[in-house]
Each structure stands twice: as structure tokens, then as C-alpha cells.
Write a protein that binds this ligand. Sequence first.
Ligand SMILES: Cc1ncc(COP(=O)(O)O)c(C=O)c1O
Length: 368
Amino acid sequence: MDDYDRPLFFHMMEYAAAAERDVVDMVSGNPDWEAPAAVRSGLAAYADADVERFQYPPSEGLRELREEIAARRNVDVERVIVTNGAGEANYLATACALEAADGDEVLLTDPVYPYYQGRAKMLEATPRFVEAEPDGTLDPAAVRATASDEAAAIVVNSPNNPTGAVYGRELKRELVDVAETHDALLVSDEVYDHFVFEDGAFATALEFDSKRVAVTNSFSKSMAITGFRVGYAVLPEWLLEAARTRHMLVNVACSRPAQRAVLAALRETPADYYEETRRLLADRIDAFCAALEAAGAEYTRPRGGFYVMARFDGYPGTLDNAERLVDEAGVAGMPGAAFGDSREAWLRFALVTPRAEEAADRLASFFA
Ligand SMILES: Cc1ncc(COP(=O)(O)O)c(C=O)c1O
């Protein structure tokens, strides 16, 4: 696994956009559904604010937004840093863990969200991979076998991109324990926590009172605002000062209007909004998986998130084959090889289009 300097997402998106035929784009994780109404009204109201409110916000984020997040996550407000999406939150946690640790290893899963790997490389860490189980979860024994005192961070994501796996409470407990055993930091990326399709399947790492846990999250997916760049990290106290400094030196602060709009939406959005999105996605998943089933494909039905992995007999998920699907089937997905060695035979499709079922029908015709 190399060549992650520029994630393959960009290449596939450009390839699909340049195609001469009609293509259903299932490459990126950009939601196609509406944001909460209060995002729009919050943003509109901001345009009329006094110019004073167009100036730098506090570097660690607007106090009221941090308080709102802290109350929801049941943590001390001081532990919350508002970041430029979960992307920056993951960067801060990983970089500061590496800086503080003796070892230089970052434990990742295979398949992996490619940015984790690129970031580990950028930070000159040594990535160590634990192969996920066929259902996308992790075998704690495999994690223990790979972890050592060289581990500075263990970076996991649940609900998972790309497998759709959801790690339960017991697995999270095991991961916290491994991190504690080796004085490493468990970085638990929970950006898809609003998209869980089985009651009780998901557990946040914040359930465990441990100095070795950092939780990262954002509003990119839950509010369908990937372009706003508002996320957060909940960090253990020993990491706070280093993380705040790094955040300030790299970013100064995060966009103030975007933080305000998110704050308004957190306060005003009814639970129905999230429920409706979940229902929309569950219906899409059903329709897409049914069409894959009819096409004789092997596939993973996500328990959370909005990605489906599929495998077609004799058609491994290489970059060439993903490009051929764009040209000949009119469907753009991600090559499984982009996520590591273990899912090389697979392709990943993001269900962020109302045309998901049509895409599956196109795949069925192509592979018939
Ligand atoms: C697992 C995972 N973490 C982080 C991100 C980035 O999220 P954000 O927009 O909050 O930076 C994504 C985006 O697709 C993701 O899939």
C-alpha cells in the first residue's frame, strides 16, 4: 500500500466527471440530502451580524459551541477543541500522541480509511495493520498481537468507512484496554455515529473513563455539511495543551460563521431530522443490496455509515477495473485496493445519490 500522498478519491472523482457518458457518482462521501433548516437560517442570520463578529473566534472554538458539544458528550468543556472537521481532529490526536510517546507506531486496520495511512506517513510514523474480520469488525486477539510498547496511537473508525461495520461495547472496551496496556492513545473516529441501523450496536469510546481515549467527530455527515469544516476532538487532559498549540499554529481557528450555524442547528434541529436521514439511507441500502443480490455479487450490508462493498466474480477491485466500470457500466465507485490489501478484490460504493438503485441495475446488466 503506497501512493497515498494524494488520495485516490480525487482521481476517481475526476475520472468520473471527465467521462463522456452519464455516470452515477458513488465515489465520495458527500451527502446529497438536505442540511437541517437551522443551518441555513443560522448562516443567513450571520450575514447581518456586527462586523465585530466577523473577526477571529477563540482558537479552541466558540465557547457556546464547545459547551453544547460537552453537554451532549457528557465531558468537561475544557476537553473539547473545535477543529476543521474530524480530519483535523484525527490529525491533532495522532500527531500529539506520537509526539508524547516513545514509540513511533500507529496501529491501523486493513481495510483502512486512506487518510489515516497518509497522515501516519506524513508524521513519519510506522503504520502497523490489523486485518479486519470478514464482517469488518476486529478480533481483539489480533489487535493485541500487533500492538506493542512501540505503539503511540491506535486509530479506529466505527461505524466504519469502508466496511459498514459497527464496533460494539465489548470491542471498544478491549481497544481501550490495549491502548492502556501500551500507554498508547486510542483515537476513536465516530463521524458516522448518527447512521447506525441496529439499536444498541454502537458504543462510543467516551463510555470508558480512560486517559488513553480521544474521540473525534464532526458535523460534516450528520448535518450534510462537509464543506463547512466543523468538527471536534474530545481529548484527555494530558494531551490538551499540545493539541491546542498545534491547532492554533496550524489553523489559528475554525470558521466563525460555520461554527455559529452548527450551534444553531444543534440547538434547533429535532430528532426527526436525523431519523429521516437514517430512513432514507436504510431504504437505499435495501434497494442497492437487493439489486446486488440479483446480480449475483457478494456484498457487505452496512450496519452503520453509508458505504457498501461489493465483489464481482473475476473482476477484482483494481483502479483499472473501477475506471472500466465508469466507462462501460456508468457507475463510479472506489477500488477496494485503495483501502488496503485485504479488500483488493472489492469495490466500494457510497450511497449518497438518489440513483443508487439505478446504479446497482447498471452493475447487474454489466456483469450479466
Ligand atoms: C472515517 C472518516 N473520518 C473522517 C472523515 C473526514 O471528515 P470531516 O469532513 O469531518 O473532516 C471522513 C470523511 O469521509 C471519514 O470517512
